[in-house]
Design a protein around this ligand. Structure first.
Ligand code: T4K
Length: 375
């Protein structure tokens, strides 16, 4: 192995590292909780975060959740989605599991070669009389072809939902992705660009759905204190909201630093045969959530992964296998469609470490190790 002469890093480098405010900033933020004793159930920190996010995303309706996955499930419940939903298999299992857990049938559509998002030109052929919605994913923060998706949805009277777990802070022509489709879900998990430790949100332009979102996450209790929905519990606590308030103050700086990390990787890897990077499309303000690299030719994804691991660098095979190829789906959805581009991407993609505090030296070691792993 040609990477043998690179010294392994003393401290492991993981695919990402949670961004955190200073200890003091967080302590200052949570101090008031000791006076109010208001720990959860839509307290003042929660409500302040709703307002701040609504301003940041420029979207009227924001409902906070305990995590992104429960937000997805509640979105499907609140819109009373039924039957079949056209979706991508190139995502984290959460997207597809949410559909199945809500009694829906995922119909897998292939993805585009350029940015790995759902391919709208393949959607129409999958529509049946049972199709009620499209659940697309802005995977790695790459914005789906929302116009083409919306045109199909209008033609067939379908709802359009976005799993925007990776796309917080992404703008298309200056407009937040939160404004696309009928509703979008964001994840605020510790591994995301913006985190509340665990957390998530549903966002939409229409305020008419907000009551249902808020009820579903709180046992079905509505604003009149009536149990109007079959709800569960997916509320965000005050401590999580406090982390969000702190992290939001530093988010623009966080994204700017990640952009520099991306640019250093791009300088080192961008012009290499067999290495494909994804650059933000025209009019897109990216959030640099992930550093996906597609390896072909002289590069073998699994070998790159192993070489890095020997150096104490832990890249991740996000998203391998396709959700449609995981054990449960193989057994329970045997008639699932073949999605050749998604299968190819899942077999050859690797997410390199990406976070704001990744040092230039660490990036250069990763670049060197990747380049030397070619056969
Ligand atoms: N839809 C999509 C498209 C998603 O990607 C996700 C979640 C969801 C929906 C659901 O949203 P949430 O319900 O999670 O809000 C991680 C995350 O747990 C998951 O949130 C994320 N997507 C998925 C892509 O990745 P793992 O099992 O790969 O994470 P883990 O624990 O191996 O962490 C990766 C690295 O991050 C660690 O090596 C170090 C670093 N890390 C991790 C944690 C937990 C930190 O620095 N701090 C931490 O606290 O799933």
């Amino acid at each position: 192995m040609k990477t043998d002469n690179i010294t392994p890093l003393k401290n492991p480098v993981f695919v990402t590292r949670s961004s955190m405010p200073s200890f003091k900033e967080y302590c200052d933020e949570i101090k008031g909780i000791w006076e109010s004793h208001h720990l959860t159930n839509m307290g003042p920190k929660h409500n302040r975060l709703v307002q701040k996010l609504s301003e940041y995303l420029n979207i009227p309706s924001v409902s906070l959740y305990a995590n992104g996955h429960l937000a997805l499930e509640n979105m499907l419940e609140a819109y009373k989605v039924s039957g079949e939903v056209i979706t991508t298999p190139f995502t984290f299992v959460s997207t597809t599991n949410a559909l199945v857990r809500k009694g829906l049938k995922p119909v897998f559509c292939d993805i585009k070669k350029d940015d790995y998002t759902i391919d709208p030109s393949k959607i129409e052929a999958l529509i049946t009389e049972k199709t009620s919605a499209i659940l697309a994913v802005h995977v790695y923060g790459h914005v789906c072809d929302d116009q083409a998706i919306s045109d199909i949805a209008q033609k067939y009277d379908l709802k359009v939902f976005y799993d925007a777990a990776h796309a917080f802070g992404v703008l298309k022509k200056g407009v937040s992705v939160a404004a696309l489709g009928d509703c979008s879900m964001f994840s605020f998990h510790a591994t995301k660009v913006f985190n509340t430790i665990e957390g998530g949100a549903l966002c939409c332009r229409e305020s008419s759905m907000l009551g249902a979102f808020d009820a579903f996450k709180n046992f079905g209790l509505d604003a009149d204190k009536e149990y109007s929905e079959m709800g569960g519990n997916a509320k965000m606590s005050e401590f999580h909201a406090a982390m969000g308030l702190c992290n939001l103050r530093h988010l623009d700086e966080e994204i700017e630093k990640r952009k520099k990390v991306f640019e250093r990787y791009a300088d080192g890897l961008g012009n290499t045969e067999g290495i494909k990077l994804c650059f933000p499309g025209e009019g897109i303000t990216h959030n640099y959530a992930y550093m996906p690299v597609l390896f072909t030719g002289a590069f073998n994804r699994d070998k790159v992964f192993d070489s890095l691991q020997k150096l104490n660098i832990f890249a991740r095979k996000y998203f391998y296998p396709l959700t449609s190829d995981t054990e449960w789906y193989k057994i329970n959805v045997p008639e699932r469609k073949h999605t050749p581009i998604a299968a190819f991407v899942a077999d050859n993609i690797l997410c390199l470490p990406m976070y704001s505090e990744l040092s230039s030296d660490e990036i250069d070691i990763i670049i060197n190790a990747v380049l030397r792993s070619a056969e």
